[in-house]
Design a protein around this ligand. Structure first.
Ligand code: NI
Length: 175
């Protein structure tokens, strides 16, 4: 069995799916979401095209695909957040993230997704900071019913998880 701490896909360990968070955990998670775009921008600053097209692990996504994937994922997360706040236990739409990462826009300049993430996270963080009921429900058709706290905990982790793919590759390569 693979030690999850040593699985190169999961440098921070497995994704958390908390049903509830403490006030301090929420504060930290919202701060992580606010700062992720600038952290990602700093992580890819100065990388050449060849470096951007290097997989972060054997058989994994390139740095370029990782940046575009974070935008794909967090666009969906923003929609899920707003659905959960405005509808009663909505069923969200899963998507095929691997196939999205192979569409032509994932080969574009990462700058496009960095700008998108800066704008998106400003709006998303404003929505999250206004939440008064973190127990609002939403349903994933395969994995079941979760809360807004789950979205916050999962996606704060998700940004740091992919940031660690890039910073880990740079450290391993001495970039
Ligand atoms: Ni991801």
């Amino acid at each position: 069995m693979t030690d999850p701490q040593r699985d190169p896909r999961y440098p921070l360990g497995p994704m958390p799916t908390p049903k509830t968070l403490s006030a301090e955990e929420r504060r930290q998670a919202m701060a992580d979401i606010r700062t992720l775009p600038e952290q990602l921008r700093a992580a890819v600053a100065g990388l050449t095209d060849a470096q951007l097209d290097t997989p972060y692990r054997e058989g994994g996504w390139t740095v370029r695909q990782v940046v575009h994937h974070v935008a794909d994922s967090h666009l969906n997360a923003y929609v899920r957040t707003k659905l959960a706040l405005t509808e009663e236990n909505p069923t969200i739409k899963p998507y095929e993230e691997q196939l999205w990462a192979e569409l032509p826009d994932s080969r574009l300049d990462p700058e496009l997704s960095l700008v998108l993430l800066e704008r998106l996270h400003t709006r998303w963080a404003a929505v999250l900071e206004g939440v008064s009921d973190w127990s609002r429900l939403w349903t994933h058709p395969a994995s079941g019913t979760w809360t807004l706290d789950t979205i916050l905990g999962m996606y704060a982790w998700h940004g740091q998880h992919h940031l660690a793919h890039i910073t880990g590759l740079k450290k391993a390569r001495g970039w």
